[in-house]
Design a protein around this ligand. Structure first.
Ligand code: IMP
Ligand code: MG
Length: 176
């Protein structure tokens, strides 16, 4: 039985089968692009943990995996733009691929990029499972996007609302 299937809270947008297919496509693209470079993935906790775990298992090239923690302050659904970043990474000269769950306003990624650029990586690209371009407040360029979605609040496949619903195997819109 599907988790929470009795609930009228969700509107499923992408099934686990659709997600798997798209993640595999992204992974093959990335494998191709980084064939001759040492890929160093930096996942953003917590939201990207499931996406990253699936993504790396479809790669056909080796990679390094690190994580950093980015917490934005604000109400539960609206990010304030103030982002706290925690990490102890040394990325000088590395080919970094940031793996994120959702790019919404882009403020979180903006802070992460600024923080990582200080270390002078050899290259820095962004892979995000979901992209909400309508909510954008920065000029972030996402290099690999899973799905482009409207400005709706999403949960599942690692993504939470107040720490709930990360365990859902599908991606759903959370109804009000
Ligand atoms: P941004 O800084 O506005 O781009 O937001 C980025 C972060 O806010 C993401 O990494 C998510 O953790 C969170 N976020 C943005 N949109 C959603 C959503 O629809 N559901 C759950 N979390 C979201
Ligand atoms: Mg996040």
């Amino acid at each position: 039985m599907k988790k929470y299937s009795d609930s009228s809270k969700f509107n499923e947008l992408f099934s686990s089968k659709e997600i798997k297919k798209r993640v595999q496509e992204l992974s093959l693209l990335i494998s191709d692009d980084y064939m001759n470079r040492e890929l160093h993935i930096v996942g953003i906790l917590k939201g990207a943990f499931i996406f990253l775990a699936d993504l790396v298992r479809f790669l056909t090239i080796p990679c390094y995996i690190d994580f950093l923690r980015a917490s934005s302050y604000g109400s539960q659904k609206i990010s304030s733009g103030q982002v706290e970043i925690q990490h102890n990474l040394n990325l000088k000269g590395r080919h970094i691929l940031i793996v994120e769950d959702i790019v919404d306003t882009g403020l979180t990624l903006n802070s992460v990029i600024n923080e990582l650029q200080i270390q002078h990586p050899a290259s820095l690209k962004i892979c995000s499972l979901l992209d909400k371009p309508l909510a954008r407040k920065t000029s972030i360029k996402v290099d690999y996007t899973g799905f482009t979605i409207p400005d709706k609040f999403i949960v599942g496949y690692g993504i939470d609302f107040s720490e709930h619903y990360r365990e859902l195997p599908y991606i759903a819109e959370l109804k009000d």
